[in-house]
Design a protein around this ligand. Structure first.
Ligand SMILES: C[S@@+](CC[C@H](N)C(=O)[O-])C[C@H]1O[C@@H](n2cnc3c(N)ncnc32)[C@H](O)[C@@H]1O
Length: 434
């Protein structure tokens, strides 16, 4: 017997959360593009779980869902293929006491003595991008000093402090690439102090530490037991919107993280199918279908899966991802319960050359009503579902080409590209074996 979901509680909520404070406690540790506001996971956690339940975010990014689960004393599992996301999520949900933080400050007071003016750092191979110019010799010297200090902390076996410092370092690198002119040592030290302040507040608030597990893996092959999760709240990558492996390239470089595996398997990324973006769409739909099959596998029957996603665009065609997800999910044991539309706060909007502004997002709420009966490696099934979606999409574009004289040429070109994408589905949707 499947629980009936009380949707009346959800209808009462103003999902825009206008004016709500979104930056508090460890949510302030590190910026992360397209993260969702904490009020979204917090609402579902409070309404649909109880203490000791398990909440999952298979695309956890900077760990917003995990932090809210942590603050509400729920167990949680986070997963992301981006090693930087995993580091940030872990640090945001690991309490560090005052004594250890004091030790960190003692080391920090010696930071200038770690600058080695005799070191030959010019052999550092930064990515060939204009932005690499912000890392001049002076910055490199100081970043290496921070790295040396952190490595020493690691060697002294203060692993939590080491990770804490790495997040502060990554956040400082982000400020630099976003145009800060301040001295990198000052940026880093200030970041550490502000993180410590929030960490101390958190240690005051959280009295019972729930279980947390964060894995660095592919959402299409989750390392999570069948039927073990009570709620999923996630926001997956968007198609063709932004590439996290590029966005986080400099942090990953200075933190010695491997970018290649992530780059190869990042869902929705521009680095695939540059000549025909509609092939990227079919690959994206296949990847998201496989991820949703996994979400179905790990979720208990009757429980909710909440997906937060915005629209994007490909070759000027509007891609309403939530509609694709809702349509595909009914084929794998989910029942759509409700969809809410929300405007994104001005400060969180982001722009990409290919997409333009992403102004709004949708909250798609689905209930698991049965096991999917499929596995992520059922290529024939995945190809069939994706083909059905692509045919519907082509129909929509054909309809607009008939009614729009102005854009006819572009639309006809797009239809040709969509046809090519449909022809190539069977090969394009295959998963990388690594
Ligand atoms: C929209 S972000 C999630 C943001 C998150 N909700 C937050 O509040 O920080 C989507 C995430 O999907 C991750 N991702 C992309 N491809 C993935 C894959 N194959 N498996 C797991 N995670 C992936 C990206 O690294 C990114 O962190």
């Amino acid at each position: 017997m499947i629980d009936t979901v009380r949707t009346s509680d959800l209808d009462k909520i103003d999902w825009n959360f206008k004016g709500a404070r979104t930056q508090y406690l460890s949510h302030t540790f590190h910026p992360y593009p397209a993260r969702f506001i904490p009020q979204i996971p917090a609402t579902f956690i409070k309404l649909f779980t109880k203490e000791s339940d398990t909440v999952l975010d298979p695309f956890c990014g900077s760990g917003t869902t995990l932090v809210e689960a942590f603050l509400h004393n729920r167990n949680s599992i986070g997963n992301d293929l981006n090693p930087l996301a995993v580091l940030i999520s872990k640090v945001k949900t690991t309490l560090i006491g005052e004594d250890k933080l004091r030790y960190f400050n003692k080391k920090l007071s010696l930071l200038n003595s770690y600058i080695d003016y005799t070191a030959k750092d010019s052999c550092i191979k930064l990515p060939k991008r204009k932005l690499s110019k912000v890392f001049d010799d002076n910055v490199i010297l100081k970043l290496n000093a921070i790295r040396r200090l952190l490595l020493e902390i690691k060697e002294e076996e203060y692993h939590d402090l080491y990770d804490f410092g790495r997040v502060a370092l990554s956040s400082s690198i982000w400020s630099l690439t976003e145009g800060s002119n301040a001295d990198i040592i000052d940026i880093f030290v200030n970041k550490v102090f502000s993180m410590q302040k929030e960490m101390l507040k958190m240690t005051e608030i959280v009295k019972n530490v729930p279980k947390i597990r964060v894995t660095c893996g592919d959402a299409r092959k989750l390392d999570v037991e069948d039927s073990s999760v009570d709620l999923i709240v996630t926001s997956p990558p968007y198609v063709n919107a932004l590439d996290y492996h590029r966005t986080h390239m400099y942090s990953m470089f200075w933190l010695d993280m491997d970018i290649d595996l992530f780059k190869r398997n990042e869902i929705g990324s521009h680095s695939h199918f540059a000549n025909n973006r509609f092939r990227l769409l079919s690959k994206y739909l296949a990847d998201m279908l496989r991820s949703t099959i996994e979400m179905n596998r790990v979720l208990k029957k009757g429980k909710l899966c909440v997906i937060v996603v915005g629209n994007s665009s490909l070759e000027y065609e509007l891609i309403e991802s939530y509609k694709f997800f809702a349509d595909m999910s009914v084929k794998i044991g989910f029942k759509p319960i409700k969809t809410f539309f929300r405007e994104i706060d001005k400060t969180r909007k982001y722009t990409s050359l290919n997409v333009g502004k992403i102004n709004d997002e949708y909250i798609l709420i689905m209930q698991k009503v049965k096991d999917s009966g499929f596995s992520v490696s059922d290529d024939d099934f995945v190809a069939e579902v994706v083909k059905e979606q692509m045919l519907k999409f082509r129909e929509k574009v054909c309809r607009s080409s008939e009614s729009s004289a102005k854009n006819k040429e572009r639309l006809l070109k797009n239809i040709d590209k969509i046809n090519e994408a449909i022809e190539k589905i069977v090969t394009d949707i295959k998963m990388d074996k690594n």
